[in-house]
Design a protein around this ligand. Structure first.
Ligand code: ZN
Length: 394
């Protein structure tokens, strides 16, 4: 008997997930159409959708029959936190990661205890600012650079913050008393792209971010590929030049040592003495003024990125490549050589009709990604939060 119940429970969970994801991908859908698309019987569709409507996860859109059903995006809220070197960027979003409210808190240091306290502070202020009651928050997602064991919410290592084996999800959860999901920031970005962005309608895609560092996240058969212990996607540390420039990771010749925004900036400072103090905004102005030195650096950096991207595409044969991160502001002078080098190196069958698109979420991409970690469990609800602290005593 128990096993029958268990099977029924599993089937019910699978049907719920099937229906929610069908509507997420295709937008508002009638019950009849859902039955066609999912292959479930009309009776099963009625049963499951009634349950989802009662729980407030679905809403009926309009009154014209057949009435389309949609996800009740605006009825549920999550928080996205992006941990930066000197600050915590926080957003409160609806279930589709549309940002309703945002705040940036300057951090005095990167101690995990400090980050947990500031996360709680951000949650409090965002709820006040947006008028969303804390009990309507479904959870918190946080993205940070480093190797993260997303299942346990443990930061295994983050060179940027000097962290090793920090149970950061539990530490935040103890402060906020909400489920907390933590992942590498590029993975988080890919999760949001998979749920609500351009990755919504494809099974296999790669997200590459160019910013201070270069990262990648790989989605295979609709699932984020994390590797054995969360270390997958260290694309910035694939080889660009044997025994070449020194990388932040300590190795020589990594792609990141040539093509990250930070490396491009350093390179320009080195070869253009009058710009030895220039910052990224100034560098962008030099690009606009067609400064030949910076254009040459960007051509070299873009080509290197394109070559390594082609290697990755040759390995994975993805449906789509999404480029994001602050580096997208480097513009055509960076991306044209990248595209050219990519087409030269990638196999024809891999490169033909493979779209390489530039993300258009802009500065919000990281925070939306983090919010996506928390929104994800509505659609893949067998995923457990990294850590859930026991509810505090009333
Ligand atoms: Zn490296």
């Amino acid at each position: 008997m128990t096993s029958l119940k268990g099977d029924q429970g599993t089937a019910r969970a699978l049907n719920r997930r099937l229906i929610l994801n069908e509507i997420r991908r295709n937008g508002p859908t009638s019950r009849a159409r859902l039955a066609e698309q999912t292959g479930l019987s009309p009776a099963a569709i009625t049963f499951v959708t009634t349950e989802l409507l009662q729980e407030g996860l679905l809403v009926e859109k309009g009154e014209r029959r057949p009435i389309p059903l949609d996800i009740h995006y605006s009825g549920h809220f999550v928080l996205g936190l992006k941990l930066m070197e000197d600050r915590l960027e926080a957003v409160l979003t609806d279930l589709s990661t549309q940002i309703l409210s945002r705040i940036t808190l300057d951090l005095p240091d990167h101690q995990p205890e400090t980050v947990a306290l500031y996360a709680a502070q951000a949650q409090k202020e965002l709820c006040e600012q947006s008028g969303v009651a804390t009990e309507n928050l479904r959870g918190i997602g946080m993205g940070l650079p480093g190797v993260i064991d997303a299942r346990s919410g443990m930061c295994l290592s983050s060179g940027r913050f000097g962290w090793k084996n920090i149970p950061i999800a539990r530490m935040i959860s103890e402060q906020v008393r909400l489920p907390v999901w933590v992942d590498n920031d590029v993975n988080a970005f890919a999760v949001a792209e998979r749920l609500f962005g351009r990755g919504k309608s494809v099974s296999n895609f790669v997200v590459v971010t160019v910013g201070r560092a270069i990262g990648a996240a790989v989605v295979l058969e609709g699932k984020l590929y994390r590797g054995r212990n969360g270390g997958a996607g260290e694309f910035g540390h694939t080889l660009s030049e044997y025994r070449g420039r020194k990388c932040e990771c300590g190795r020589l010749g990594c792609l990141e040592a040539y093509a990250s925004e930070r490396s491009i900036l350093r390179h320009f400072q080195e070869i253009s003495p009058r710009h030895h103090n220039i910052q990224i905004e100034g560098l962008i102005r030099q690009v606009e003024r067609r400064n030949e030195r910076i254009l040459n650096i960007l051509e070299d950096a873009g080509s290197r990125l394109g070559r390594n991207l082609a290697d990755m595409a040759n390995l994975l044969n993805p449906d789509l490549i999404i480029l994001g991160g602050e580096g997208v502001r480097l513009g055509e002078a960076f991306f044209e050589p990248m595209q050219a080098a990519f087409r030269e190196r990638a196999f024809d069958c891999v490169a033909d009709e493979l779209p390489i698109v530039i993300d258009d979420w802009g500065d919000d991409a990281w925070a939306r990604g983090a919010a996506g970690l928390a929104a994800e469990h509505f659609f893949d609800f067998e995923l457990q939060p990294s850590e859930t602290a026991p509810a505090s005593n009333p």
